[in-house]
Design a protein around this ligand. Structure first.
Ligand SMILES: Cc1cc2nc3c(=O)[nH]c(=O)nc-3n(C[C@H](O)[C@H](O)[C@H](O)COP(=O)(O)OP(=O)(O)OC[C@H]3O[C@@H](n4cnc5c(N)ncnc54)[C@H](O)[C@@H]3O)c2cc1C
Length: 371
C-alpha cells in the first residue's frame, strides 16, 4: 500500500495523479525508525512538496480499472488463467492458451506481444523456461496483520514506522483508511503491522490470526490486545528472472522480480515497469519506434531492479533486524547521518528515484490516442 514518490511523475503523465491523491492518504512526515518500546531511533524526512502515497493495492486497482474502462480499445477479462504459450517461427505472433475459470473452457488467443504480469510464481515465466534467480527467506514468513487501532494517537504520533529489533522487527503503518471505509472520525483507523514468525509454526489461518493478537500487542506500551481484522503469511524473496524477454513475450512486476516489502519498493518498481514497458509497446505499435525498443525497455527494467531496488530493499531489511557488528555499525551511522547530515535525505531520495530507470515515455499524447 506504500507508493514511493518516484511514481508521482508517472501517475501525472498518465493524467490520474489527482484521482489517486484524492483517494490516498498523503504522508508528508516521512519515515521513522523506532525500538520496540516506541522510542525514536531515526527519521527520514520527505523533501519539500513531496509525499508517500498510502493506498491499498485493491483500491488503486479499482481506480485504474475505472480509468481503463474509459478507453474502448481495451478489453479487461477476469478469470482467464494463463496455461501456456507458443511463438510463431518468425516470432511475430504469440498464441496463448488461457483457461476460462468461470465457464471451464480453454481458449486460444493470438497476439503480437504478451506481457506476463502474473506475480512471483509466474506461469508465463515458467513456460518460457526462465529461471527465477536469487533466494527466498526460508527461516521466517512475514505476517501482514490489519488492526483497528490508532497508533499515531495512542503510541507513536507518526504514520510510517519501522521497528528495529532482532525478533520483533516490523513495519507499523497507517493504511490510509478507516474501518469499513468510513470517514475519519466516524470509525477507528485501519493500521497494518507486518512482522515475522518462524516457518515451523502452524500456518492454519485461525492459528495465524490467534497468534497475531498476541504479536500485535507487543507494539503497544501497555501490551494492549488489539482488534485484528486479518492476518496473512507471505514468503519473501529476493529473486529476478534470468531473462526479461523471449521473442515477443516479456515479464513485468513480480513476475520479473520479487523483493522483500520493507520500504514499499515492490509494487512501486512494478508501476515503473508498467510505465516503461507500456510506453515502449505503445510507441512500437503506433510505428513510432523499432520493435527492439520493447526489449530495451524490458532489459532496462531488469537491470534497474538488480542495480537499485534489490540493493535498497535488502539494506532496508538488514537495518531492521541484524545484530551483526558491521550491520549495527552501519545502522548507527545511518541514524546519526540522518540527524546531522542535511544532504543524506537528498542522497537517499536520489537513490530511490533511480528505480524509475530509463525514460521510455511518449511525449506526444495525440499520437498515442491513435491506439
Ligand atoms: C506483506 C507485503 C506487503 C507489501 N507492501 C508493499 C508496499 O507497501 N509497497 C510496495 O510497493 N510493494 C509492497 N509489497 C510488494 C507488492 O505486493 C508486490 O510487489 C506487487 O503486488 C506485485 O504486483 P504484480 O501486479 O506484479 O503481481 P501480483 O500483485 O502478485 O498480481 C499477480 C496477478 O496475476 C494473477 N495470476 C497469477 N497466476 C495467473 C495465471 N496463471 N493466469 C492469469 N492470472 C494469474 C494473480 O491472480 C494476480 O492477480 C508487499 C508485499 C507483501 C508480501
Amino acid at each position: 500500500m506504500v507508493y514511493q514518490p518516484v511514481v508521482l511523475d508517472l501517475l501525472q503523465n498518465l493524467g490520474i495523479l489527482k484521482q489517486v491523491e484524492e483517494l490516498a492518504y498523503l504522508n508528508r512526515q516521512g519515515l521513522y525508525w523506532r525500538d520496540i518500546r516506541g522510542n525514536e531511533l531515526g527519521h527520514l524526512p520527505m523533501p519539500e512538496g513531496e509525499h508517500v502515497l498510502l493506498l491499498g493495492q485493491y483500491r488503486m486497482a479499482t481506480l485504474l480499472l475505472n480509468e481503463i474502462a474509459k478507453h474502448t480499445s481495451v478489453d479487461v477479462r477476469f478469470g482467464m488463467a494463463f496455461s501456456g504459450c507458443e511463438q510463431s517461427d518468425d516470432r511475430k505472433h504469440v498464441k496463448v492458451l488461457a483457461h476460462d475459470t468461470t465457464t471451464d473452457v480453454d481458449t486460444i488467443m493470438t497476439s503480437n506481444w504478451v506481457v506476463g504480469t502474473d506475480g512471483a510464481n509466474s506461469n508465463v515465466r515458467k513456460s518460457l523456461c526462465i529461471p527465477f534467480e536469487g533466494f527466498s527467506f526460508t527461516d521466517f514468513t512475514m505476517v501482514g496483520a490489519d488492526v483497528y487501532y490508532d497508533f499515531a494517537k495512542e503510541e507513536y504520533g507518526t504514520i510510517m514506522n519501522f521497528v528495529v529489533d532482532p525478533e520483533d522487527w516490523a513495519v507499523v503503518i497507517y493504511t490510509g483508511q478507516q474501518k469499513d471505509l468510513k470517514p475519519v472520525g466516524e470509525a477507528p483507523p485501519l493500521w497494518r503491522i507486518a512482522y515475522v514468525e518462524s516457518t515451523k509454526l502452524s500456518s492454519r489461518p485461525e492459528d495465524v490470526l490467534e497468534r497475531a493478537r498476541e504479536r500485535c500487542a507487543r507494539y503497544t506500551k501497555n501490551k494492549k490486545r488489539l482488534e485484528v481484522a486479518r492476518a496473512e503469511p507471505y514468503r519473501l524473496h529476493q529473486r529476478c528472472a534470468a531473462e526479461a524477454i523471449k521473442g515477443r513475450v516479456l515479464l513485468a512486476g513480480d513476475a520479473l522480480h520479487s523483493n522483500n516489502p520493507i520500504g514499499g519498493l515492490g509494487l512501486t518498481t512494478g508501476i515503473c515497469d508498467a510505465f516503461a514497458v507500456g510506453n515502449a509497446l505503445a510507441r512500437v505499435c503506433t510505428g513510432q519506434a523499432h520493435e527492439s525498443l520493447v526489449a530495451e525497455a524490458a532489459n532496462d527494467r531488469r537491470e534497474t531492479w538488480l542495480n537499485t531496488t534489490d540493493k535498497i530493499s535488502q539494506m532496508n531489511l538488514q537495518r531492521l533486524r541484524s545484530e551483526e557488528a558491521e550491520d549495527v555499525k552501519e545502522r548507527n551511522e545511518y541514524f546519526a547521518g540522518l540527524r546531522i547530515d542535511p544532504e543524506l535525505p537528498k542522497k537517499i531520495r536520489t537513490a530511490i528515484q533511480g528505480m524509475a530507470g530509463r525514460d521510455f515515455a511518449i511525449r506526444d499524447a495525440t499520437r498515442l490516442s491513435r491506439l
